[in-house]
Design a protein around this ligand. Structure first.
Ligand SMILES: [Zn+2]
Length: 385
């Protein structure tokens, strides 16, 4: 009971029976073929590496899609990215017995890393697409907002990162999370959908270089929260943050690597959506409570795959938010103990191509979309008119 009292800070509205019906209808508007088509479209820009023409073209394309969905107040956050000088000692000095995020490795582990060799990409078309190198300098990332009718001054942030690397198509990392966020932006922006609170959909840039796009957002916009601008206008350019939900690698849960380092080619029947909060964060208690709201939404609305909650959220765009607001991530596997132990052999590799995945993989991503859509719909009081 003591634990519950400590968690009471985050106000989770009860979902009324009439709203449950609206949530079911909204979840039914998600569609596997549409989700796949959005991922496929993102792969036309190759790996969308930050600081390249293909990355900028992808930001333009995403913006055009958000506008076509009718998502409001489409805007760009601008920042400057200068890569830090190389520091080869940092990796050598890392304790490799502990997973990043604080978890414990169990069982078999396989090698992980980032492919930087163009010749490891056997497809000449993809190699050509990814050929332009990155240059430091000005960066942009796009977001849009579903404005709440009752409390436009408060919002949940739903994010995924649109940049990738590794000489492939960044189909899973993070085309799968980007497409999920875009599909939710489309569904919530439909003219017959009403929400009491606001939702912001953000497609972060520069995640792969150290969460720089999300960090820039927190730096530039944290102090603007809840301010009406212009005064008396009823407009809130930065509604107060109620929670941040990140999506990063949604498709692949084929289990632990085998002793020879290979991974099963099939989605495991026990595949799940991993919802993580960070137990060392300032807002850990609130984030944990938010994670369980998502787990409950999965129980009720996700069609195929269950969800698991873990306490070691790490290495994604929710991290810059975790000491400011309740922040969670959704993934195919736990980032630290599983992806970090080689459970996803396509991670940052030339095999992260659209054609690598089948419907069982895409369906895991769709179930994550169902989970977030249902949870956020409940949190913002969504109804269909
Ligand atoms: Zn990622």
């Amino acid at each position: 009971m003591k634990l519950l009292a400590a968690l009471a800070v985050l106000v989770i509205p009860a979902v009324a029976p009439a709203q449950t019906d609206s949530i079911s209808q909204l979840v039914a508007r998600l569609d596997l073929e549409r989700y796949k088509a959005t991922i496929k479209s993102l792969t036309q820009f190759g790996d969308r590496r930050q600081g390249t023409d293909r990355n900028r073209a992808a930001v333009d394309w995403i913006e055009a899609q958000l506008r076509s969905y009718g998502c409001s107040n489409v805007a760009r956050l601008k920042y400057d990215y200068q890569p830090p000088p190389p520091n080869p000692g940092a990796r050598q000095n890392r304790d490799t017995t502990r997973a990043s995020g604080g978890g414990r490795y169990r069982g078999l582990r396989a090698r992980t890393g980032v492919n930087t060799d163009s010749l490891k990409q056997p497809d000449a078309r993809v190699r050509a697409l990814d050929a332009q190198p990155t240059t430091p300098g000005a960066r942009e990332e796009v977001y849009c907002t579903k404005v709440g009718g009752g409390h436009p001054n408060e919002m949940y942030i739903v994010g995924g990162h649109m940049d990738g690397h590794g000489w492939a198509e960044a189909a899973n990392d993070d085309g799968s999370g980007t497409a999920l966020v875009m599909e939710l932006a489309r569904i919530f922006s439909a003219p017959d959908v009403h929400t009491d609170r606001s939702i912001r959909f953000v497609l972060w840039n520069n995640e792969e270089t150290g969460l720089n796009g999300a960090r820039a957002y927190v730096e530039q916009r944290q102090a603007l929260q809840g301010k009406e601008d212009p005064p008396g206008s009823g407009q809130y350019p930065e509604p107060t943050w109620l929670g941040m939900i990140q999506h990063d690698m949604m498709l692949w849960d084929h289990g632990m690597p085998r002793a020879d380092g290979t991974v099963s080619p099939e989605q495991r029947p026990e595949a799940d959506v991993n919802i993580e909060f960070q137990s060392s964060a300032k807002f850990s208690a609130q984030a944990q409570q938010l994670a369980w709201v998502f787990e409950a939404a999965n129980e009720k609305y996700a069609t195929d795959y269950p969800a698991s909650v873990g306490s070691h959220m790490t290495n994604t765009d929710s991290a810059p938010f975790q000491d400011v607001v309740a922040a969670i991530s959704l993934r195919e596997n736990e980032r630290g103990t599983q992806i970090g132990a080689g459970w996803d052999p396509n991670w940052h590799q030339p095999t992260d191509l659209y054609t690598t995945y089948n419907d069982k993989d895409f369906r895991l991503g769709l179930n994550a979309a169902q989970t977030t859509l249902a949870a956020v719909a409940g949190l913002v009081g969504a109804t269909i008119k």
